[in-house]
Every structure is written in structure tokens, then in C-alpha cells.
Design a protein around this ligand. Structure first.
Ligand code: CAP
Length: 451
């Protein structure tokens, strides 16, 4: 072994390092012909000092590999806090710096075949140097007139089709959903397109929301996609939205495609815009998918979004929707919503940093929702169902009602067929999503025809 063996400290363990280092757990497969421990040591050397040449004695700044298991591929690195970048202006920490050290150049090392980050742990002082959310789901619950500690599921939809509708058609679709639901999110590809110029769209949307609020007597929410390359353009769009929704500011929320536009976009939005801010994550599966052996996991991405200050975070549907996911993904939602939570390798104490809410989206409908909630164990989430709302055969108002009823069915632990008897929108979800009904509730045709 070369000088890199100074970067292997296998006598150390989590408790020796957790207060003074960022800890990171990876799965590593060396390239063919490479020795596992040597590769782990070189990976550690490259991670911090980024050098292949022998170093002087000082090792206080070394990143060290303190666990390395050839049998499982697990490698744990410890990063001294002094290696991370902090703002000159306000002393705040930087996720770009964090990612640069944990999943930067090392992702391309020739001697490594596969390398994926699955978990990390931050010590208190570093964690507190991140913004965290300023606004939590409690602000939405307040606007909706719910219990602010545990107000239950916010029934939301992503407008479908997401592209191609005129401002009037888009606002009409939103209005139809709001008649039965709480929140409309425009999807991450929606911006200022020729068929739906943003100023007109926002004016129609604000009008539709005001009508829905007046008619129902309860609050409604619009979460506007603000993602752009240029922060000045983001500010411009926000300014137009804030003007359009000036009469009902608590109804306006913003969201950013935090994976594609990156930490700077989320941070800019978080620090400049009022209210609830969500992190979408389109494109994330390129690195987070279980089939991708590099990058980092969805768990890591989601934890990063809480640090960056997202009030709501797309967490996936844990295998109960249509996007890739697994029921074992539950810790993703727990990590963002609790003060102390266990990840796959580390327990993180958030030391009072505000919590983020899970945004549940991707193929969820009234039939799939109860199993999802059962796996999660609570319904204090924001639902953003697209097809599950607009695919209801009686339209989006019925779609919204069917989703609210599905939550109630689960909360009451009711038999779905009995429940369907006096909840018509829920009952009509069965023929709306026949393929799901056949799998989740075989025999539904006979059971419902007797109802
Ligand atoms: C959902 C959605 C969302 C994804 C995001 C879509 O629509 O609008 O962007 O769910 O996934 O286009 O796929 P559906 P995630 O309800 O019609 O599937 O939250 O996992 O990042």
C-alpha cells in the first residue's frame, strides 16, 4: 500500500468522530484488479486533500476512512469540519461545498467502478449553519383552518395535462380541483410558454382561486413553479405572482426544481421569497435510482433539501405510486419531518431546525393512497396527485373529493367497500382506476354492485 494508508483509521468509530466531523456512508466497488482497502484509502485521500503526492505531517485536515468492509462494500468517511466552505457575508454553510467534498471529483476516480453515497451525519455546529425551512406546513394548515400541529393531509393536485393548456383552461382546471381540494401545484416544466404566458396565467389563476375560496368559505393554495436559470428572472416571476395574489398572500406558495436548478436556486428562493417553498426533484432518478451505482440516494437528496430550507419536499411514493420507490423508503419521509431520525447508517439530531413536510406525488389515486398512508403511519403530508385527480371519471372535483375520502377511510380503518357505500366519489374511483382496483381490491365489481 502507498502513502494512502495514512487515510485509513479503522480503529475509529462513529462516536469518536460524530461531534467534530461530517460522517458519510458509501457503497464502493473498486475497478477490476484494485484492492478494496487501498481503494478506500485513496478515495479518502482524494475526498479531502485531493492529492496523490505524499503530504507533510499535519493530518488534522485529513478525510479518513474509518470503516471499510470488503464483503459489503460499505465505506465510511469522516470529513473534518474545517474543510467545508462558509459564507463570508453571513457565515452560512454551503451545500455546493458539501456536495463537492462528498460527491465531487471522487465520483470519477479511475480505480473506482461504483460509488454511491447513502447517508451522512452532520454535527450540531455545522447543521445549524444551514438555513433550514423558515415556514412549515403549519402555515398551510392555518390558512386551511386546520389544527396547526397535525392538520392531516393537504389534498393537492398537479395540473394535467401539464403542458399545452391556455391560461383560461389551466385556471379552469385548477378551479375544478379546488372545488373539492386544497392545493394546486403547477408542475416543474410549466413556466412562461407561448401557449400560456405567465402573467396572464397568474391573473387567471388568482381569479380562479379567489372564486373557489369565496364559494367554499375555506382557504385554497396555489404553489407556483419559479424555477429559472437566472435568479433575476426568478425574482421577476415572483413579483408578478405576488401582485396577482396580493389580496390573498397566504394562498401563494412557490416551488423550485431543486435537483435540476440546484442548491443556488433553492437558496435564492428561500432567502428572498415569503411563504411556503417546495423542492421538486425532476431528473433526480438519473443518480438516485437504485439502478444507478453512482451519485447519491433519494434519502440523501431529501435530507439536503431540508438543510437548504424547503418547507415541502417531494419524497416519492415508496413504491405505492408509479415512480420507482420501495416501501423501505419510509425513512426518507421521517428524516425530514422529525427532530431526531434514523437513516440507513446514522441517527441525525436536527437540534430544533424546522421540519419539512413530505410532498407525495407520482401515480397516487384514491385506491393507492390508503396503503401508502398505512406504510407511512400518518397523513400529515401534502398530496400532489396528477392523474389521480384529473383521471377520475367524474372530473377533478370528484377526484379531489375521492382523495380526501380515501384519507378518511384510512384514518377510520374502515372497510373500503363499506366506506364506498356512502362516499360516492371514493366509490367511483374504482371504475376510474380499474387496473389498480383489480390488483388492490379484487372482487370490487361484485362488492360495489351490491352496494
Ligand atoms: C405527478 C407528476 C410529478 C411526479 C414527481 C408527474 O403526476 O406531476 O411531477 O410525481 O415525482 O408528472 O409525474 P401523476 P416525485 O400524479 O399524474 O403521476 O414526487 O417522485 O419526484
Amino acid at each position: 500500500m502507498d502513502h494512502a494508508d495514512r487515510f485509513l483509521r479503522l480503529s475509529l468509530s462513529d462516536p469518536d468522530l460524530a461531534a467534530s466531523h461530517v460522517l458519510a456512508a458509501y457503497h464502493l466497488t473498486p475497478s477490476e484488479g484494485q484492492d478494496f482497502l487501498t481503494t478506500a484509502a485513496r478515495f479518502a485521500a482524494e475526498s479531502g486533500r485531493g492529492t496523490q503526492v505524499p503530504l507533510a505531517q499535519d493530518s488534522a485536515l485529513d478525510v479518513v476512512a474509518y470503516q471499510a468492509e470488503p464483503a459489503t462494500g460499505l465505506v465510511k468517511l469522516a470529513f473534518p469540519l474545517a474543510l467545508f466552505d462558509f459564507n463570508i457575508s453571513d457565515g452560512k454553510a454551503s451545500i455546493t461545498s458539501f456536495l463537492n467534498l462528498l460527491v465531487g471529483n471522487t465520483q470519477g476516480m479511475g480505480e473506482i467502478a461504483d460509488l454511491k453515497l447513502f447517508d451522512f451525519h452532520l454535527p450540531e455546529s455545522y447543521l445549524k449553519a444551514f438555513d433550514g425551512p423558515q415556514v412549515t406546513i403549519a402555515s398551510h394548515w392555518k390558512h386551511l383552518g386546520r389544527d396547526e400541529a397535525a392538520g392531516g393531509m393537504i389534498v393537492g393536485a398537479i395540473l394535467k395535462p401539464k403542458l399545452g393548456l391556455s391560461p383560461e383552461a389551466l385556471a379552469h382546471a385548477a378551479y375544478q380541483f379546488w372545488r373539492g381540494g386544497d392545493l394546486v401545484e403547477n408542475d416543474q416544466p410549466q413556466g412562461h410558454q407561448s401557449f400560456s404566458p405567465l402573467p396572464e396565467t397568474l391573473a387567471h389563476m388568482a381569479d380562479a382561486l379567489a372564486r373557489a375560496q369565496d364559494e367554499s368559505g375555506s382557504g385554497k393554495i396555489f404553489s407556483m413553479n419559479i424555477t429559472c436559470d437566472d435568479p433575476a428572472e426568478m425574482d421577476r416571476r415572483a413579483e408578478i405572482a405576488l401582485k396577482a395574489f396580493a389580496k390573498t398572500p397566504a394562498s401563494l406558495a412557490f416551488h423550485v426544481d431543486a435537483y435540476l436548478a440546484g442548491p443556488m436556486a433553492l437558496t435564492h428562493a428561500h432567502r428572498t421569497l415569503p411563504g411556503f417553498l417546495s423542492a421538486h426533484r425532476a431528473g433526480h432518478a438519473a443518480i438516485t435510482s437504485q439502478r444507478s451505482q453512482r451519485g447519491y440516494s433519494a434519502f440523501v437528496l431529501t435530507k439536503i433539501h431540508r438543510l437548504l430550507g424547503a418547507s415541502g419536499i417531494h419524497t416519492g411514493t415508496m413504491g405505492f405510486g408509479r415512480m420507482e420507490g420501495f416501501d423501505a423508503d419510509r425513512p426518507i419521509a421521517c428524516m425530514i419531518a422529525q427532530n431526531v431520525a434514523k437513516g440507513p447508517y446514522f441517527e441525525q439530531n436536527w437540534h430544533g431546525l424546522n421540519r419539512s413536510a413530505a410532498i407525495v406525488s407520482g401515480g397516487i389515486n384514491a385506491l393507492r393512497l390508503p396503503s401508502f398512508l398505512q406504510n407511512l403511519g400518518h397523513s400529515n403530508v401534502i398530496l400532489a396527485a396528477g392523474g389521480g385527480a384529473f383521471g377520475h371519471i367524474d372530473g377533478p372535483t370528484a377526484g379531489a373529493r375521492s382523495l380526501r375520502q380515501a384519507e378518511a377511510c384510512w384514518l377510520q380503518r374502515a372497510d373500503p367497500f363499506d366506506f364506498a357505500k356512502d362516499h360516492p366519489e371514493f366509490a367511483r374511483a374504482f371504475p376510474s382506476f380499474e387496473a389498480d382496483a383489480d390488483i388492490i381490491h379484487p372482487g370490487w365489481r361484485a362488492a360495489l354492485s351490491q352496494a
